[in-house]
Design a protein around this ligand. Structure first.
Ligand SMILES: Nc1nc2c(c(=O)[nH]1)N[C@H]1C(S)=C(S)[C@@H](COP(=O)(O)O)O[C@H]1N2
Ligand SMILES: [Mo]
Length: 412
């Protein structure tokens, strides 16, 4: 064996070492001893031994730069998702300093009658407080199932939550500033910073038509589940607009612009949070001008009990339950099948706690004999639209997968 080659094979090259050191942001002590067959583990895990700050270890981490994590479906069982279990979808880096006395929200824009700046205290003292349970679902929830796969976080089922938000109505604040008759859209800005470290770059600035902004349930919130909003979910102030892709609910809120046209901040245009205007075969490249903005989310349900893999005793009847939601609409019915969709059993369905909150459904099931089963759940909205059994229409960025949730159980 050639000795020179051998030594090169066995130890990490100087340039690879330098690259790794740069990545790790520190010197690699004993780096010259590092066998080239091995890949450096990297510090990602070491940097955050506790996982995402303020969040349960039970979340499934999809990305750590920036943090993106989802909730396993069985942990979404409570009516209200616990704060440490609510999913996290960051596009950039959350702010690290929070001075509550100095935090302000500015409202301005070409369709605003004036520019006004509010401290947190002023918002709290000058406007009526409201509390609503609101469902937030990432537009990309379920993306992982699309084929060909779409780029981005490969969300499973858990990019959704229903939590209890408290704050002031966005419309009360907008009216305090005054809307011009040309007001058509709002857009938000937050205090998070761009991954590139370039402080002049805006991470994300999305918005909604003025009609959605003026709804009773559209909140500027400072509390979630009766406590301060978790840092990762937008502390100390965020927009909450249930029923629409959660990307319109700006976190770490510092500014709202009132626009006389569709808002054009980063991630409003191009292919972001947009789907084709017409159905396309999987894998199609769709030109930007043929894409439309996602508004109300489609009907969907999850099974939160039992958990996949549950073993059911012979002849034992058990409860199957979960939640269902349908964007701006109500859910009209939920059905469950244990025979791969041949027959369906109608479930009990609660009304939403308030508009735009998810709805609890449940039923009892008895499995006829021992063996493997799948529980399938299917919700139908008040307009009669139901969840697809397999996958909904493919789209380039993998949004709006509202296929039926399936889980497996076994009768022992
Ligand atoms: N400022 C800011 N707001 C944001 C985001 C962000 O990265 N920065 N992400 C958006 C997206 S894409 C989603 S799905 C929701 C996620 O909210 P959560 O992290 O509280 O679950 O916040 C939205 N608001
Ligand atoms: Mo999202």
């Amino acid at each position: 064996m050639d000795k020179k080659n051998n030594s090169r094979r066995n130890f990490i090259s100087k340039s690879a070492l330098a690259a790794f050191a740069a990545l790790a942001g520190t010197k690699i002590v004993f780096g010259e001893n590092f066998p080239s067959e091995l890949e450096p583990i990297g510090l990602d895990e070491l940097e955050t031994p506790e996982g995402i700050p303020g969040k349960s270890d039970a979340l499934t981490i999809l990305n750590n730069k920036p943090w993106n994590a989802e909730t396993p479906p069985h942990l979404l069982d409570p009516e209200i998702t616990p704060a440490n279990l609510m999913f996290v979808r960051n596009n950039g880096i959350p702010p690290t300093e929070y001075d509550l006395e100095k935090w302000t929200l500015t409202i301005e824009g070409e369709a605003a009658q004036q520019k006004k700046t509010y401290t947190l205290k002023k918002l709290y003292d000058n406007f009526a407080h409201y509390t609503y349970d609101l469902t937030l679902e990432c537009g990309g929830n379920g993306r992982g199932e699309f084929n060909p796969p779409a780029k981005g976080n490969q969300w499973g089922l858990g990019g959704v939550a229903c939590t209890r938000w408290t704050g002031v109505r966005l419309k009360d604040v907008l009216n305090d500033v005054g809307l011009k008759s040309t007001a058509a859209y709002i857009g938000y800005y937050g205090a998070d910073t761009h991954l590139s470290g370039d402080s002049s770059k805006v991470v994300i600035s999305r918005g909604v038509p003025i009609q959605k902004a003026m709804e009773d349930e559209s909140l500027i919130a400072w509390a979630m589940n009766g406590e301060a909003i978790p840092k990762m979910n937008g502390y100390p102030l965020r927009l909450v607009m249930g029923g629409w892709p959660a990307s319109v609910s700006g976190k770490w809120l510092t500014k709202i612009v009132i626009r006389d046209k569709e808002h054009d901040g980063p991630k409003m245009g191009g292919q972001s949070y947009r789907i084709p205007k017409y159905p396309v075969p999987p894998g199609t490249k769709v030109p930007d001008e043929d894409m439309k903005i996602i508004e109300s989310m489609p009907v969907k349900s999850i099974i939160t009990y039992p958990k996949t893999g549950a073993i059911i005793g012979k002849g034992q009847s058990f409860e199957v339950r979960g939640h269902a939601w349908a964007g701006d609409l109500k859910v009209k019915a939920v059905m469950v099948s244990i025979d791969f969709g041949v027959t369906w059993q109608k479930c009990e369905l609660n009304p939403p706690k308030n508009r735009l909150a998810w709805q609890r459904w449940k039923t009892r099931i008895t499995l006829p004999e021992f063996g493997y089963y799948e529980l399938w759940a299917r919700a139908i909205d008040e307009n009669g639209k139901g969840q697809p059994m397999v996958l909904p229409g493919w789209n380039p960025k993998g949004y709006l997968n509202n296929a039926c949730h399936r889980l497996a159980v076994k009768q022992a």
